[in-house]
Design a protein. Structure first.
Length: 333
């Protein structure tokens, strides 16, 4: 997050002299406990809902009364699972409002996609607030050493917007405009004293990863083929046992043998298909290119077809493209 802000400032200072710039920063600190419970008292900060429990799972089991939240079966004396409603891979947290108690059977069905898992709890995402709390002071202290920096606050932005009699709606662009005209005491001058021009130019930024974090492109299933008298191979099953993300068109080996037991099959091993190193690629996601249609940002590079996929112009042949800038993390799209 901090590196992204630094890159934006560097991009700005290449176009506008630093001594002619004044950066306005909305300085916010979020009290997550206060957001969850507005009536919280000072002594309750040290005694949250998990107070007295040895760990998170013990609290979830007690909260759900040792009952599976799908089939309502009591699981106090049998194996049970504490399940993430929103998976960690999709941004889910380890907070109690994202955890639920399930029996082993229901837990397996949820991961197989046979049943859905919901909850009456309100799911709050405070990851962004936590990141902001941890880096806001560092940003203000370090940016103020390099550029003229003015501090303002979120309540000032909200007050100015609400006092506009509905003329200023809640958007990122409008909030940015208000922030540029305010300091920590409020609006620097009356808005009427400013002259503004709308050039209808919108610059959108998007962050692209500069390195491949996972070298696995895809996992291929183990496949079983049936050979007829004409030596023709036909795929009839995938994997020994049904996998979670297995193609529903094909049964597993166990399921196939239940119907056709006296057959001979040939197995082809599955495995991991690895991605090619980015060092050998001419273009990467986030690169800025120039093509006959204009300037665009690379969203994906298809090495096999020698094509570049962009948000602005769709698919473009590699041979007609020229790279202007390498991926710098935060890119203009």
């Amino acid at each position: 997050m901090i590196i992204s802000h630094i890159n934006i400032l560097k991009w700005l200072f290449k176009r506008v002299p630093k001594d002619q710039c004044e950066v306005h920063l909305e300085y916010n600190k979020f009290d997550v406990q206060k957001i969850i419970n507005p009536d919280i008292h000072s002594w309750q900060y040290q005694r949250g809902p998990q107070y007295g429990f040895e760990n998170m799972k013990a609290y979830i089991r007690d909260r759900d009364n040792y009952t599976c939240q799908i089939c309502k079966k009591h699981v106090g004396n049998i194996q049970n699972e504490v399940h993430h409603i929103i998976p960690r891979s999709k941004g889910g947290s380890n907070r109690p409002d994202n955890l639920i108690l399930l029996c082993q059977d229901c837990h397996a069905k949820v991961h197989a996609g046979k049943v859905s898992c919901t909850s009456n709890l309100i799911h709050n995402k405070f990851r962004d607030a936590g990141v902001l709390n941890s880096c806001m002071k560092w940003m203000f202290d370090n940016f103020s050493k390099k550029v003229s920096l003015v501090k303002t606050f979120g309540y000032i932005t909200k007050t100015v917007r609400l006092n506009s009699n509905g003329k200023i709606s809640k958007t990122h662009a409008h909030d940015a405009m208000i922030i540029t005209l305010c300091n920590e005491d409020g609006p620097e001058r009356k808005f009427k004293e400013y002259t503004s021009y709308d050039h209808h130019i919108t610059i959108n930024f998007k962050q692209y990863r500069r390195h491949i974090r996972s070298w696995t492109q895809r996992l291929e299933d183990r496949k079983y083929y049936l050979i007829d008298d004409l030596k023709f191979k036909k795929c009839v099953a995938h994997n020994r046992r049904r996998a979670t993300a297995q193609n529903k068109k094909y049964p597993s080996l166990e399921e196939y043998l239940e119907k056709c037991s006296n057959v001979q099959l040939i197995a082809k091993s599955g495995g991991r298909i690895m991605k090619q190193s980015e060092k050998n690629m001419n273009f990467r996601r986030g690169d800025i290119i120039k093509c006959p249609k204009g300037i665009a940002t690379v969203q994906y590079y298809e090495l096999r077809h020698k094509e570049i996929i962009t948000a602005q112009f769709g698919r473009i042949k590699e041979r007609v493209c020229t790279k202007i800038l390498n991926n710098a993390g935060m890119c203009i799209v």
